[in-house]
Design a protein around this ligand. Structure first.
Ligand SMILES: NC(=O)C1=CN([C@@H]2O[C@H](COP(=O)(O)OP(=O)(O)OC[C@H]3O[C@@H](n4cnc5c(N)ncnc54)[C@H](O)[C@@H]3O)[C@@H](O)[C@H]2O)C=CC1
Ligand SMILES: O=C([O-])CC(=O)C(=O)O
Length: 266
């Protein structure tokens, strides 16, 4: 039985608990949310993981695994202290690592705690192929993210672009993955994940579109290198609870937890 503490109880966290509620190999003991969200979280957690406590921090608990499904701030706030205590962690808010020095800090904390932090693939595929291709040397990785206009609400694109009235696919950002992840913390985690697996945050080119012609979150990657090349297009269905987030992100967390909890890992 894998004893898990989870940070976040939003679209991803709730989706994960729903899918794992009948898995006898995974037990949620603690769900961590900010003070202001505790009442809401208690209502959800009482039906999906009735044995779990809702807290604002991990405290003295020592789970087998701490998983982050919360947002960029949760890395400094919860993941680094847990790693220093030797608690294995998983992270979905990979874009947080666009902050200069944070990747190194995360690695140092895991090393000091003699444990490991796993960066999950989330809404994108082929991270295994890309990071293997890096071993032989990569020449270029280009990522294009395309989401319906409502997915860009409350982001830096909301204002400069009249999102509600767009009639054609519109480039709202073009630049490095580091800048994309910094400016769009809820929409460009994929850009950061591809960078960390591939050419790095400063050498991965990113273009983001608000596109009234799509209903899905479309991720396109083109990679070239010593291995040859690949092109990948993912058409992720957005979650009803949060149109910025694709359903595959939830499934990737469930897969990762299953791989730790079950006898067979794939
Ligand atoms: N790697 C990937 O492909 C993807 C990563 N993400 C990341 O996952 C995050 C969560 O996504 P959703 O569940 O859709 O968001 P959401 O907004 O529905 O839920 C966020 C939850 O985390 C909690 N939270 C926020 N800050 C916190 C903190 N500092 N400490 C503890 N709890 C905190 C909130 O109270 C809420 O329960 C996003 O912000 C994004 O960074 C999202 C989609 C794809
Ligand atoms: O869920 C998605 O489609 C991707 C996403 O939000 C991100 O990259 O942050």
């Amino acid at each position: 039985m894998l004893h898990v503490s989870m940070i976040g109880c939003g679209a991803i966290g709730v989706g994960v608990m729903e899918l794992l509620k009948s898995d006898p190999e995974v037990a949620f003991d603690v769900v961590i949310v900010p003070e202001a969200n505790m009442a809401n979280a208690r209502t959800v957690v009482s039906s999906l993981a009735p044995k779990a406590r809702v807290e604002t921090r991990l405290g003295d608990d020592r789970p087998d695994l701490l998983i982050e499904c919360a947002g960029h701030h949760a890395i400094e706030e919860h993941i680094i202290p847990a790693l220093l205590r030797g608690i294995p962690c998983m992270v979905v808010s990979i874009g947080a690592l666009s902050e200069p020095g944070l990747v190194e800090k995360l690695e140092a904390a895991a090393r000091e705690g003699k444990t490991q932090v796993q960066l999950l693939s989330g809404a994108i595929g082929a991270i295994d192929a890309l990071s293997a291709a890096r071993v032989g040397g990569l020449d270029s990785v280009v990522y294009t993210g395309r989401k319906p206009p409502n997915a860009w609400k409350d982001t830096p694109a909301d204002g400069p672009f009249d999102l509600a009235n767009l009639t054609v696919a519109t480039v709202i950002f073009e630049g490095t993955a580091r800048e994309a992840a910094r400016l769009y913390p809820k929409n460009a985690n994929v850009a950061a994940t591809l960078s960390l697996a591939g050419l790095g945050l400063d050498h991965t080119q990113v273009r983001l579109y608000a596109d009234p012609g799509v209903t899905e979150n479309v991720h396109h990657v083109e990679a070239k290198g010593e291995f040859g090349g690949f092109e990948l297009t993912m058409r992720g269905k957005p979650l009803a609870a949060n149109p910025k987030t694709s359903a595959l992100t939830v499934f990737s967390v469930v897969r990762a937890l299953g791989n730790r909890a079950h006898a067979l890992s794939i």
